[in-house]
Design a protein around this ligand. Structure first.
Ligand code: SF4
Ligand code: SF4
Ligand code: SF4
Length: 573
């Protein structure tokens, strides 16, 4: 440890700290815009400047190392004026749209202007004008609200390994663009929404379906069914300023009924169904020499990533549809028959932590007789908006349980929401499918946690299985490259598009740091530790669905409704 003097007080720092990291640990807040936790500093925005004794000018704290005895001033008049001028310059090239902006009240630029006391337009200039990019089913881009912080570019390239967007042009003409400025829809974008999560302003938002769902809820001809993904109940609380990591499952179900949904189902049910199908598929591939390692298929950004960048691995992808699409398919087939409903009358709404799910439900193969299995996807954020619009106070809702037959789930289905959860659920059931006996220890610790890559070797009755779990597609890229280069000890790989899994999805509440994401993960495992039904194959409603409708895993009906296929995609760059 070394000692610094900050604003006249002694502060301890680690030798390898930057000034910013030392200040953060000491509880001293310095504003930033371009800074991203876990990535090297870019030093672009200069908002984090401080004054160092003896230095000629102001110093960006994010990219300057600490030194023993350094004297730092974080709030001198010069520092505050410099920060204020930067924000004034940004606002001079920014629309005055706050009241109409999706990020109103959740915008870092707005907060900075407020906190730095910007109360009048001191600097005037001509404003950049670009067309909005509205072609993507998942993401809307409004370049006029972009402040060129570069966070979206960095997360897309350095975390997700996609590089769909980058800076274009130079100087005052600079803007963020896709290759040849064709729009996200025609780019290599895999719709993950991680750029939306890191964007400090309203330049990036999800392509909202709130209006369409609100219209369906008031249309007497529509039978509106909701399904909610495993990760949503442990994050929706944040939209209502309830403590991070609170599971609001029952209150959310009650709220959905209150605003007019005719049925509320739990996507964790079809996560259990996925385990039955995917587990059987894995066992079939191992016993019959199918393509290995088998790759999970529940994360739609990852599927598009393989189709674009690694098409030679398409045979390795499980053919199982994602739990969202399985639920959509059985709602408009089995459930419609059971309730004597015309599937065309059913409006199937999926509440997801994910913006890529909006793209997934629009894929042409996700239909039956030209009727889409899922009509609309709402992100967790959009659900928060919809509930607030209807005046719902989530904290005051009396908890209710989801509807039968698709409201019953195991906790194995619930932990799908965290990276490693699918694999843990699969190993629990694979043990039973291969041996006829339950696994002795349900908790599989090596598969848990926020690490980007986790591995497990497991021996089930003499069958040695190599399993890997990766999250964040940059990590998936590394693993696929190892396999391309000859690695052959893995049988099953779980890939989640977003770092940490769906709890950190592109549709989740904004402004969550790593500690908040860990709390969300902890909440899922807490549910798993306290409930009785913890393996997918014991879900009696899943068994009933096979008995009454599907027949058997990998059977003809399952193949028709629950499985899909993939297609190579060409990318511009
Ligand atoms: S991005 Fe922020 S500052 Fe700009 S219009 Fe939206 S809320 Fe206002
Ligand atoms: S949605 Fe994902 S892939 Fe698309 S631009 Fe944003 S970060 Fe990149
Ligand atoms: S779109 Fe958002 S994240 Fe990307 S550079 Fe602009 S303001 Fe920053």
């Amino acid at each position: 440890m070394i000692t610094l003097e900050v604003d006249g007080k002694i502060v301890e720092a680690k030798k390898d700290d930057t000034i910013l990291s030392a200040l953060k640990r000491a509880g001293i807040h310095v504003p930033t815009l371009c800074h991203m936790e876990g990535l090297p500093p870019s030093g672009a925005c200069r908002l984090c400047v401080v004054e160092i004794d003896g230095a000629p000018g102001l110093t960006p704290s994010c990219s300057f190392p600490v030194a023993e005895g350094m004297k730092i001033n974080t709030r001198s008049p010069r520092v505050i004026q410099a920060r204020k001028t930067i924000v004034e310059l940004l606002l001079a090239n920014h629309p005055d749209d706050c009241l109409y902006c999706a990020r109103n009240n959740h915008c870092e630029l707005q907060s900075l202007a407020h906190n730095l006391g910007v109360r009048q337009r001191r600097l005037q200039g001509s404003k950049a004008q670009h067309d909005m990019d509205v072609g993507s089913p998942s993401i809307i881009r409004d370049p006029d609200k972009c402040i060129l912080c570069g966070r979206c570019v960095r997360v897309c390239e350095e975390v997700q390994g996609v590089a769909a967007i980058d800076f274009a042009e130079r100087g005052a003409a600079t803007f963020i663009s896709t290759a040849f400025n064709t729009g996200l829809n025609l780019s290599s974008c895999i719709n993950c929404g991680q750029c939306v999560v890191v964007c400090p302003t309203g330049a990036l938002t999800e392509n909202s379906s709130v209006e369409e769902v609100a219209a369906a809820l008031t249309d007497p001809d529509c039978f509106v069914v909701a399904q909610h993904a495993p990760a949503v109940s442990v994050t929706l609380a944040e939209e209502f300023d309830i403590k991070t990591g609170t599971d609001v499952d029952g209150a959310m179900v009650a709220a959905l009924r209150r605003i007019g949904f005719d049925r509320v189902f739990d996507t964790s049910f079809t996560a259990d169904l996925t385990i039955m199908e995917e587990g059987s598929e894995l066992v079939h591939r191992i016993k019959n020499g199918g393509a290995l390692p088998m790759l999970t298929s529940c994360s739609p950004g990852w599927i598009k990533f393989v189709e674009e960048f690694y098409p030679e691995f398409m045979p390795n992808l499980s053919t199982c549809k994602s739990p969202q699409q399985m639920m959509g398919a059985i709602i408009k087939s089995f459930f419609a028959q059971r309730e004597a409903l015309n599937p065309a009358r059913i409006v199937s709404v999926s509440i997801m932590p994910c913006t890529a799910k909006k793209f997934e439900c629009s894929r042409p193969e996700m239909t039956q007789n030209h009727v889409p299995d899922v009509d609309y996807v709402l992100t967790t954020r959009e659900l928060g908006e919809l509930l607030r619009r209807y005046g719902i106070d989530l904290a005051a809702m009396e908890p209710e349980t989801a509807d039968t037959p698709f409201g019953e789930r195991s906790t194995a289905g619930k932990i799908f929401g965290a990276s490693g959860g699918v694999m843990e659920a699969a190993v629990r059931s694979a043990h039973f499918l291969l041996t006829g006996r339950e696994i002795p220890e349900l908790k599989i610790q090596p598969l848990r946690g926020m690490q980007g890559c986790k591995e497990l070797r497991v021996n089930i009755d003499g069958i040695e299985l190599g399993a890997a779990v990766v999250s964040g597609l940059g990590n998936a890229r590394k693993l696929l490259d190892e396999i391309r280069n000859g690695r052959d000890d893995l049988h099953f790989i779980e890939v989640m598009t977003c770092p940490g899994g769906c709890i950190n999805g592109g549709g989740q509440p904004l402004n969550a740091d790593i500690e908040a994401v860990k709390k969300r993960m902890k909440a899922l495992y807490a549910i798993d530790s306290k409930e009785q039904l913890r393996v997918s194959h014991q879900n009696k409603w899943v068994q009933k669905l096979y008995d009454e409708f599907l027949g058997e895993p990998l059977g003809e009906t399952s193949h028709r409704l629950l499985h899909t296929h993939y297609a190579k995609r060409d990318v511009l760059l």
